[in-house]
Design a protein around this ligand. Structure first.
Ligand SMILES: Nc1ncnc2c1ncn2[C@@H]1O[C@H](COP(=O)(O)OP(=O)(O)OP(=O)(O)O)[C@@H](O)[C@H]1O
Length: 310
């Protein structure tokens, strides 16, 4: 569905050139839900804007939904849906009018437009809101309307730019269910996010971008498995003694933490060994690596800190 090679974009600025995207290769198969994860300024939006024909690459090439990005941008546009970060709907329009207008814009006759709008209103839980103006919808409802608008011409490939930004936790969860449903319906989805939990929940496969370069790729689980082991945190008055037995162990008061592969399986033997040398334990925790740990391992920086700055 997407095959990009060496895609790059350089911006000329007053202070000199900025290489926002430095030659990325991207492959997305039909039916996949791929998350494009990276901190602010990593190059996600620039890549997305190139893949959706909104911005010309300065180098590289791509096939998107079967059409050449450089020689047939109109073909690309006909076959993809794009939902940007800001709502695409006119705030003073009624919900159904806005959808029908967009459907007609895509060349559908009145009857077909009504039928398709009705299907999308059902699918995105917008029934009963047809006559309300867009401005009166909640943030979550507006996002669902945005996605419905992106699907009016029934594209097989949908691009979503930061779908759940600024939504409350319940609306985010609801939106995620809708996005997963798209995947189940066979729509290929390529979405950008700087939220680890979103990437984890939604993506079959993740591409991690930092500083204009792809630094990691794999399913959320594969990426987590690349981090060197699970984090074990033990509470013990003999923290310093325990620390001498593990490489890179960190002591914080009566807590000692270290990483070991397959922590849950290794733990019983490890606790027995510590008991044998007289270590007294009052708490034991094992944490699976998070995508934040993955990002830290790959780039040396914490994605969470970056995301919080936003
Ligand atoms: N029109 C532009 N002119 C100059 N520099 C730009 C332009 N657009 C983006 N950049 C720079 O390119 C880099 C990548 O920006 P981009 O918006 O693609 O990142 P992002 O990963 O989408 O970030 P965010 O999560 O904040 O949207 C940043 O350093 C940004 O400042």
């Amino acid at each position: 569905m997407i095959k990009a090679r060496g895609l790059a974009r350089r911006f000329a600025t007053k202070t000199g050139p900025v290489d926002a995207v430095r030659g990325v290769d991207i492959d997305v198969a039909e039916g996949e839900l791929v998350g494009f994860l990276g901190p602010n300024g990593a190059g996600k939006s620039t890549t997305l804007r190139m893949l959706t024909t909104l911005l010309a690459p300065t180098a590289g090439e791509a096939l998107v939904a079967g059409h050449d990005l450089l020689t047939d941008p109109a073909g690309v546009r006909r076959n993809i849906g794009y939902v940007g970060q800001k709502t695409g709907a006119s705030l003073d329009q009624r919900v159904a009018d806005e959808l029908e207008f967009q459907a007609r814009f895509h060349g559908l006759g009145k009857h077909d437009a009504r039928r398709r709008v009705a299907g999308l209103l059902d699918r995105f839980e917008l029934r009963g809101m047809e006559k309300r103006t867009v401005a009166t919808l909640s943030g979550g409802q507006q996002r669902r309307l945005d996605i419905a608008m992106g699907l009016l011409h029934e594209p097989r490939l949908l691009f979503l730019d930061e779908p759940s930004t600024a939504l409350d936790p319940q609306s985010r969860r609801n939106l995620w269910e809708h996005v997963r449903q798209l995947g189940d319906d066979g729509v290929t989805v390529f979405l950008t996010t700087h939220y680890l939990d979103e990437a984890d929940f939604l993506s079959d496969r993740l591409l991690v971008i930092d500083n204009g370069t792809i630094v990691g790729e794999g399913s959320p689980d594969e990426l987590k498995n690349r981090v060197n082991g699970d984090l074990v945190v033990l509470g013990t008055p003999q923290a310093a003694l325990v620390a001498t037995r593990f490489a890179d162990a960190a002591v914080d008061g009566e807590k000692v933490s270290f990483r070991i592969p397959n922590g849950d399986r290794a733990l019983p033997g490890l606790l027995r060994d510590l008991g044998d040398i007289g270590v007294e334990l009052h708490s034991v925790q094992v944490h699976r690596p998070t995508l934040d740990d993955v990002f830290l391992t790959m780039t040396g920086r914490s994605l969470r800190e970056e995301a919080n700055v936003a």
